[in-house]
Design a protein around this ligand. Structure first.
Ligand code: HEM
Ligand SMILES: [Cu+2]
Length: 827
C-alpha cells in the first residue's frame, strides 16, 4: 500500500507548474483550460461592452452618438469577438480543462500544442482588440462579404486585421480540434468503451470532428481574400473572372456548421447537468448519440440557407429549405430526452437548473423562428432585417450563453472548491432572463416592421422608436445581470462555503478528483466497468487517491498516462507526455512575427519569420521518444503494455492523420473553388488558353509518386529490420526535385493578376509545391531521427509519418497539376 500523501507529493513535483515566470511555460491542461476560459470571458465582456455601444446608438432615432464609420467597426467587432474570440475558445477551454478528468486521463494528448494554441489565441485576439482601439478594426461585418471587404472598398488595413488576426486565432481552433478528437479516441480510463463514454464525450467527439472539416473552408477563404488584397490575385473580382459569391460559399460552408459547433458543446453540458439535477440517468442515451451524429452531418448541408436571396436555382432553394427544416428533428430528440429526464426524475432546484429552464424558453423560440426563416418566401421577406438579429441571438444566447452559465455554476465548485453566493446568483439570473427577452423579443417586431440589420441610425417617423428604446433598456438590464454573475464568481473565491468532493452527487468521473484538482488529476487511473455516467465518484475518489488503480506510482520521474484501444477502451500503451517548456511560447511569438509582417505589408520579413517558426517546430520532437526498446512495462493491476513509441496506432500517428484530413478538406475547398469559378463565374469566355509546359507537370508528378514510393519502402525496410536511411534520402531528394519543378511552373503562369483563371492555376501549383516540400521535410526528419537513434523496428512512428505526408504530397501534386491543366485549356 502506497502512502497517499507521498504519492501526491511525488506526482505534484512532476506535473506541477512553478510560480512567477515559470507559469508561462505551463503545458498542463488544468492551467491552460482555466486560462482559455478566463481570456474567453474577458473577450465576452469586451463583446458585451461593444453591444452596449450599439444599443446606445440605436436607442433613439437620428442618434449622433457614434458615427457610421465607427458603428461599422463596432458591430463587426461585436459579431467577430462573440463568435471567434468568445464562443469557440470558451468551448475549447472548457474541454481542455474538463475532458481528461471526465474520461479518466491525466492530460490531453499534446500538452505543448495546447499551450501553443493558447498563445496563438491570445496574440491573435489582441491584434483585433488593439486594432479596434486605434480605429483600424474590420468594418465589413463579421461575414466579410466581398466586394465590400475587397481592396477598392476597404483600402485600409481593416479587412487585413480580420483576415490575418482571425487566421492566427484559428490555429488554436484547429490544433484544439485535432487534440480533442484524438484525446477522446485514445485517452480514456481502461474499460471505458465508446459505448460507455459519458454523453458529453460524444458531443465533444462530434464537435471536434466538425471543426476538423468545418474550419478549412474559412481558412482557405481568408487566404484567398488576403492574396487578392495583398497581391491582387483576382479570386472574387467579377471583372477579372472572379466571383464574390465564391466568398459567400466558402464563408457559409464554415459559418453554418459553426453555429452547431457552438451549440453542440453547450448541449453536451446540458446532457450532463440535467441528469444530475433530475437525480436519474439520462433518458435515451443511444438516441441522443444518433441525434448528435445526425446533426453533425446535416449541418454541412445547410449553408445555402444564408444565401437564399443571392439568386440561386429554384431546385437548390427547395433542397436547402427542406434540409434546414429537417435539423429540427435531431434537436427535438435531444430536447425531448431532456424534458423526459426531468419529468421522470426528482428535479432538485439550484442555480444551474434556473439557467437550464432559461435555456428551454429561449432556445425553443429561437428554433421556431429558425424554421420560419428556413421557408424561402418568409426568408425573402425577413432577410437582413432585425428579425434575423432576434433569431440569431435567441439561438446563440439560448443555445450557448444560458447553458454556459448553467455549466459555470455547475462546475465552478470543481475549479474553486467553493459554493456560489445565493444572494447574488438568483437575482443575476432574473436580470439576465428578463433583460435578454426584453432586448431581443422586440427585435422580432422591429424586424417585421422593416428595420434593416446593420444600420447605424433611423428616422423617427417609422414607428420603431419605442421598441428600440425598450430594447436598449433591456440590454442594460442584461448587462447588469452579467455584472452580478461576475461579482458572484469573484466573491465566491473569498466568501464561498467550502465544498466536499462531489457536492451535487453527480455520477461522472470528473468529480472523483480532488476539488480544486491536483495537476495530475488522478493519483491512479480507474477501471470503468459500467456506463461512465453511473459511477460513484465519492467512493472511487479516495481509492484512486490512495494509488489503487492503473499507474498509481511514479516511473523515472516521467508524466505518464494510458492510451487505450479506440473502441473497446482496453489499455494499449503508456503515453509519456512532454514536460513543461517555453518552446510553445517562443514558437507562437515566431508565428506572430509572420502575421504581423503580413499585416504591415513587410513581405521581405515573412520568409525569415516562417523559417524561424519552422525551426522552432523542429525543436519540439527533440525531447520526445526513446533510444532503446523496452517492451511491455508494468501499469499496475497486474497488467503490462508497451510505451506509445512502440505502438503502431499511437496518438501522434492518428493526429497526423487528422491533420491530413483537415488539410484535404482545405484542398477540396480549393478544387471546389476552381470548378465553381470555371462553371459559374462571369468573364471566362474568350480568355486565351494558357500554354504551360505539360512535361514539367508530368515529371513533377512522377517524382512525387517516386518520393512517396521510396518513403513507403523506407518504412517497410525498417519494419523488416533493414536499413531505411538510403530510401528516405532518395524520397527527400525526389520530393525536393518535384518542388523545384512545381515552383518553376508557377513562375511560368502568365500574369496571375490578370484573370482569376491564372490566379487559381498559380495557387493550385503553389499548394502542390508546398506539400512536396513538406514531404521532403518529413522524409529528411525521419532520417534525422534515425541518426539520433530514435528509430527501431519497434519504434517506427517517424517512418509512418514520413510515408503519410509523402503519400499526401503525391496525391496533392497529381490533383493540382490535373486541375491546373484542365483550367489552362479553358477558353
Ligand atoms: C450580451 C448581449 C448582446 C447584445 C445586447 C447584442 C446585441 C447585438 C446587436 C444590437 C446586433 C446588431 C448590430 C447591427 O446590426 O448593427 C448584434 C449583432 C450580432 N451579435 Fe450580438 N448581442 C449580444 C450577445 C451576443 C452573443 C452572445 C453572440 C454570439 C455568441 C452575438 C453574436 C452576434 C453576431 C454574430 C452579430 C452579427 C449579426 C449580423 O450579421 O448582422 N451577440 N448583437
Ligand atoms: Cu445556417
Amino acid at each position: 500500500m502506497t502512502d497517499p500523501i507521498r504519492l501526491h507529493k511525488e506526482l505534484s513535483a512532476i506535473w506541477g507548474t512553478p510560480g512567477r515566470w515559470g507559469r508561462l511555460s505551463s503545458v498542463n491542461h488544468t492551467v491552460l483550460g482555466k486560462r482559455f476560459m478566463v481570456v474567453a470571458l474577458t473577450f465576452f465582456a469586451i463583446g458585451g461592452f461593444l453591444s452596449m455601444l450599439i444599443r446606445a446608438q440605436l436607442a433613439t432615432p437620428n442618434s449622433a452618438f457614434i458615427g457610421p464609420e465607427i458603428y461599422n467597426q463596432i458591430f463587426t467587432m461585436h459579431g467577430t469577438v462573440m463568435m471567434f474570440l468568445f464562443a469557440i475558445p470558451m468551448f475549447e477551454g472548457f474541454v481542455i480543462y474538463m475532458l481528461p478528468k471526465m474520461l479518466g486521463a491525466r492530460d490531453m494528448a499534446f500538452p505543448r500544442l495546447t499551450a501553443y494554441g493558447f498563445w496563438c489565441y491570445l496574440f491573435g485576439g489582441s491584434i483585433l482588440i488593439i486594432a479596434l482601439l486605434v480605429g483600424a478594426a474590420p468594418d465589413s461585418g463579421w461575414f466579410m462579404y466581398t466586394p465590400l471587404s475587397s481592396r477598392p472598398y476597404t483600402p485600409g488595413i481593416n479587412a487585413d486585421v480580420w483576415l490575418l488576426g482571425l487566421t492566427f486565432v484559428e490555429i488554436s481552433a484547429v490544433t484544439a480540434a485535432i487534440e480533442i478528437f484524438i484525446s477522446i479516441l485514445k485517452m480514456r480510463a481502461p474499460g471505458m468503451s465508446l459505448a460507455r463514454m459519458p454523453l458529453i464525450g460524444w458531443y465533444m467527439l462530434v464537435t471536434s470532428g466538425m471543426m476538423i472539416v468545418g474550419f478549412p473552408p474559412l481558412i482557405l477563404g481568408a487566404i484567398l481574400l488576403e492574396l487578392e488584397r495583398a497581391f491582387d490575385l483576382p479570386f472574387f473580382d467579377p471583372t477579372r473572372g472572379g466571383d464574390p459569391l465564391l466568398w459567400q460559399h466558402l464563408f457559409w460552408l464554415f459559418g453554418h456548421p459553426e453555429v452547431y459547433i457552438i451549440f453542440l458543446p453547450a448541449a453536451g453540458a446540458l446532457s450532463t447537468i440535467i441528469p444530475v439535477f433530475a437525480q436519474r440517468t439520462i433518458l435515451g442515451y443511444r438516441s441522443i448519440i444518433a441525434a448528435i451524429v445526425a446533426m453533425g452531418f446535416l449541418s454541412f448541408g445547410l449553408w445555402v440557407h444564408h444565401m437564399f436571396t443571392v439568386g440561386i436555382p429554384h431546385l437548390a432553394l427547395a433542397f436547402f429549405s427542406a434540409a434546414s427544416a429537417l435539423v429540427a428533428v435531431p434537436t427535438a430528440i435531444q430536447i425531448f430526452a431532456w424534458i423526459g429526464t426531468l419529468a421522470s426524475g426528482r428535479p432538485r432546484w439550484d442555480i444551474p437548473m434556473l439557467y437550464v429552464a432559461g435555456f428551454f424558453c429561449v432556445f425553443v423560440i429561437g428554433g421556431l423562428t429558425g424554421v420560419m426563416l428556413a421557408m424561402v418566401p418568409f426568408n425573402t421577406q425577413a432577410h437582413d432585417s432585425y428579425f434575423v438579429v432576434a433569431h440569431l441571438h435567441y439561438v446563440l444566447v439560448g443555445g450557448f450563453v444560458f447553458p454556459m452559465l448553467a455549466g459555470i455554476y455547475h462546475w465552478m465548485p470543481h475549479i474553486s472548491g467553493r459554493q456560489s453566493l445565493y444572494r447574488l446568483s438568483v437575482p443575476a439570473f432574473w436580470l439576465i432572463f428578463v433583460g435578454f427577452n426584453l432586448t431581443f423579443f422586440l427585435m422580432h417586431l422591429t424586424g417585421l416592421m422593416g428595420m434593416p440589420r446593420r444600420i447605424s441610425t433611423y428616422p423617427s417617423n417609422w414607428g420603431w422608436d419605442w421598441l428600440n428604446l425598450l430594447s436598449s433598456i433591456g440590454g442594460f438590464i442584461l448587462t447588469m445581470g452579467f455584472c452580478l454573475v461576475l461579482a458572484d464568481l469573484v466573491l465566491q473565491w473569498r466568501f464561498g462555503r467550502r465544498y466536499r468532493r462531489d457536492p451535487w452527487k453527480a455520477q461522472t468521473l470528473e468529480w472523483a478528483t480532488a476539488t480544486p484538482p491536483a495537476p495530475y488529476n488522478f493519483a491512479a487511473l480507474p477501471r470503468v466497468d459500467r456506463r461512465a455516467d453511473m459511477l460513484e465518484p465519492a467512493e472511487i475518489g479516495p481509492v484512486l487517491a490512495g494509488g489503487t488503480g492503473y499507474l498509481g506510482f511514479v516511473r523515472d520521474g516521467e508524466q505518464e498516462t494510458l492510451g487505450v484501444d479506440m473502441f473497446t477502451g482496453e489499455p494499449e500503451h503508456v503515453i509519456v507526455l512532454p514536460r513543461r517548456t517555453f518552446l510553445p511560447l517562443w514558437t507562437a511569438l515566431a508565428t506572430a512575427s509572420v502575421f504581423l509582417a503580413l499585416l504591415f505589408r513587410q513581405y521581405w520579413l515573412v520568409p525569415f519569420g516562417a523559417l524561424l517558426t519552422l525551426g522552432m517546430f523542429l525543436l519540439w520532437p527533440r525531447t520526445l521518444g526513446r533510444r532503446e526498446d523496452t517492451g511491455p512495462v508494468d501499469i499496475g493491476m497486474g497488467e503490462q503494455v508497451p510505451f506509445d513509441v512502440e505502438s503502431k496506432s499511437n496518438a501522434s500517428v492518428l493526429a497526423n492523420l487528422a491533420a491530413l484530413i483537415m488539410n484535404g478538406t482545405l484542398f477540396t475547398s480549393l478544387l471546389f473553388g476552381a470548378l465553381f469559378l470555371l462553371v459559374i463565374a462571369p468573364n471566362w469566355d474568350g480568355v486565351a488558353p494558357m500554354s504551360l509546359p505539360l512535361w514539367a507537370g508530368v515529371v513533377a508528378i512522377v517524382l512525387a509518386i517516386a518520393g512517396a514510393a521510396l518513403s513507403w519502402l523506407a518504412r517497410s525496410r525498417n519494419a523488416a529490420g533493414g536499413e531505411a536511411m538510403p530510401w528516405l534520402i532518395g524520397s527527400a531528394v525526389a520530393m525536393a526535385a518535384a518542388t523545384v519543378l512545381l515552383v518553376l511552373l508557377m513562375t511560368l503562369v502568365p500574369d496571375p493578376t490578370g484573370h482569376a483563371r491564372n490566379a487559381v492555376v498559380f495557387t493550385l501549383l503553389g499548394y502542390g509545391a508546398l506539400h512536396t516540400a513538406l514531404g521532403a521535410l518529413m522524409s529528411a526528419h525521419g532520417g534525422w531521427r534515425i541518426m539520433q537513434g530514435y528509430v527501431s523496428t519497434r519504434r517506427s512512428t517517424e517512418m509512418t509519418l514520413a510515408w503519410l505526408w509523402c503519400f499526401y504530397a503525391a496525391a496533392a501534386s497529381l490533383l493540382s497539376v490535373a486541375m491546373a491543366t484542365l483550367l489552362s485549356a479553358a477558353a
